[in-house]
Design a protein. Structure first.
Length: 279
């Protein structure tokens, strides 16, 4: 437990942790939150603030502050989550390995305790940085966009019945950042190049997302989509964990937990077989 606390403290005070927080904020500002039907122009959070007045923002329900906070998670952040979450621990861990510092840490505890502490400290710090970034973004955006009471009558009608549970959204962001840091953590057991460690999970997730979207298009192309296939598809969605609040599917949670457990087991098996003591 002490090793986990020390390792976690090192990661949240590193430059990589705060870089992850900043990058999360920037990617959330770049998310598209509105499409003008007449012109087909798409507006990101930052572009909406630059192009529209307060009165114009109040006309479109998508520009309500709770809607912006909710749906800004979709887009660029999802694509680059495996990269930015890995910044919390990959640079620090590769530097320690290059300096042979891992050897001394293992001698003070044990291989098993060290690698378990490193794994969980890295994953927890990645989720924490993602959650911090989302909190910072929400704190900035909330006063800049109109609230429900400030929206036009049409927008208020569109927002009627809309629920906003920020703690749940924050928890989903934490889980999303934590989960997509696991592949990078696994790669630290076999690679020493920090750029490869951070980029390989990105390409894996990109491939999974493209495959998921292609299968979805094929299913929805039919006149009557198969309900069973739709349930399976929603469970294997690479981004499903961030939409648990909307779909409330236990199968998504179970699948992601099993996937994380498998990756953790592989990481531990590879790390324990290392004979160089982290050198």
């Amino acid at each position: 437990m002490r090793g986990l606390v020390i390792s976690f403290r090192k990661k949240i005070t590193s430059r990589g942790f705060w870089l992850c927080v900043i990058m999360t904020v920037l990617l959330l500002f770049a998310a598209e939150v509105h499409t003008d039907i007449s012109t087909q122009n798409r507006y990101s959070v930052i572009r909406a603030l630059m192009d529209f007045s307060a009165e114009e923002l109040a006309e479109e329900f998508e520009f309500c502050n709770i809607m912006v906070i909710h749906y800004s998670r979709n887009g660029w952040f999802m694509m680059f989550a495996p990269v930015i979450s890995a910044f919390c621990f990959v640079p620090l861990m590769t530097e320690e390995r290059e300096e042979n510092a891992v050897r001394f840490q293992i001698f003070r505890t044990s291989k098993l305790k060290h690698y378990i502490a490193e794994f969980f400290a890295g994953v927890i710090s990645a989720g924490t940085a993602t959650a911090f970034g989302y909190m910072a973004f929400s704190a900035i955006v909330y006063p800049l966009f109109p609230s429900v009471s400030e929206m036009s009558e049409f927008a208020k009608n569109m927002l009627e019945g809309t629920t906003f549970n920020f703690p749940k959204l924050l928890l989903e962001m934490w889980c999303y950042g934590a989960f997509w840091s696991v592949p990078a953590m696994l790669l630290t057991s076999v690679l020493r190049n920090k750029y490869l460690i951070m980029c390989i999970p990105f390409f894996i997730k990109y491939g999974l997302t493209q495959t998921y979207q292609k299968i979805s298009q094929n299913i929805y192309a039919g006149e009557l989509p198969d309900a069973k296939m739709l349930r399976i598809l929603s469970a294997v969605n690479p981004d499903g964990i961030i939409w648990i609040n909307e779909f409330n599917r236990v199968s998504v949670i179970i699948l992601f937990l099993i996937s994380a457990l498998i990756l953790f087991t592989v990481y531990l098996m590879i790390s324990m077989k290392r004979s160089d003591c982290g050198a």
